[in-house]
Design a protein around this ligand. Structure first.
Ligand code: PLP
Length: 280
């Protein structure tokens, strides 16, 4: 089951081609996107996802996304979905066709959560750390690198996941050139220590995660303390729990890092998952 709506709200057949061969999203990865989790017809964190879409668009000088058009487009997909209780909903917004009048291309595409993602949620994952190659100070020095924008140029992120898989892991965690922990190719790093949750700051040039934010909100309500601060590899290895958070993977446990087994506290993962779910 897949559902596709164009940004004007028109539902179209997802099996047919709708993107021009000269679309800059296709030619250059010149566009932005979001992936939203929908559960029982309710999109989770839609507001923060649309905020981040707008922020990413701003960072790459795309026209300001029309928020009500996006909300309408999302509603069209939700209304037509007849699949599983959970759906992944991708919002795609590109610079439009090369040499065109600058009208962006936009669509929302609903599809089932991949089996691999569901399996990893249940069993946890092995991860490897990979060098991202940048010092964090590059964020301010080189804004053209678009660090912190969720652009369609994810070939590097996908290559990192293939490298992880070649090393027998399912996930990667990027480290900056100075050793700071950054993020996964499509996820936010969260560590639990006692009653404290920690995640690296977006100022390092990483995406502010909507799932991590929801988890931290819930944890604070339940009396946990939360910190957004730089982390080192040693912090990941010594934590009570290491997690990768994202919309589709929710809060997935990392059981092995660079081949080293991490502490297995199933009750902690259960508690964090319950906290995250308590926001909905
Ligand atoms: N970091 C990166 C690079 C991502 O691509 C994603 C999501 O795909 C995340 C973090 C997690 O963001 P969210 O929790 O909003 O899905």
């Amino acid at each position: 089951m897949r559902v596709l709506a164009m940004l004007d709200g028109t539902l179209v057949d997802p099996e047919q081609p709708w993107i021009r061969v000269d679309d800059l999203g296709l030619l250059r990865g010149d566009g932005v996107f979001e992936t939203v989790l929908v559960v029982d017809g309710q999109p989770r964190e839609l507001g923060p996802h649309l905020d981040r879409l707008a922020r990413s668009a701003e960072l790459m000088d795309l026209p300001v996304p029309d928020r009500s058009a996006w909300e309408h487009c999302v509603e069209a997909v939700l209304g037509a979905w007849r699949g599983d209780a959970e759906m992944a909903l991708r919002l795609i917004y590109t610079r439009g066709v090369e040499g065109g009048d600058g009208t962006p291309t936009g669509y929302a595409f609903g599809f089932p959560i991949a089996d691999k993602v569901l399996r990893n949620r249940a069993t946890g994952v092995a991860a490897v750390t990979l060098d991202r190659g940048f010092h964090p100070d590059v964020v301010a020095r080189a804004p053209w690198l678009l660090l912190g924008a969720k652009t369609l140029s994810y070939a590097v992120n996908m290559a990192a996941l293939r490298h992880a898989e070649a090393r027998g892991a399912q996930e990667a965690i990027f480290l900056a050139a100075d050793g700071s922990v950054l993020e996964g190719p499509t996820s936010t790093v969260v560590v639990a220590d006692g009653n404290t949750l920690r995640t690296p700051p977006p100022s390092l040039g990483i995406l502010p995660g909507t799932t991590q934010a929801a988890l931290f909100r819930a944890a604070e309500k339940a009396g946990w303390s939360t910190k957004t601060e730089p982390l080192r590899l040693a912090d990941l290895l010594s934590a009570d729990g290491l997690y990768l958070a994202s919309s589709v993977r929710k809060v997935t446990r990392v059981h092995t890092l660079d081949g080293t087994p991490l502490p297995d506290v199933p009750a902690l993962h259960t508690e964090l998952s319950a906290l995250y779910e308590s926001e909905y």
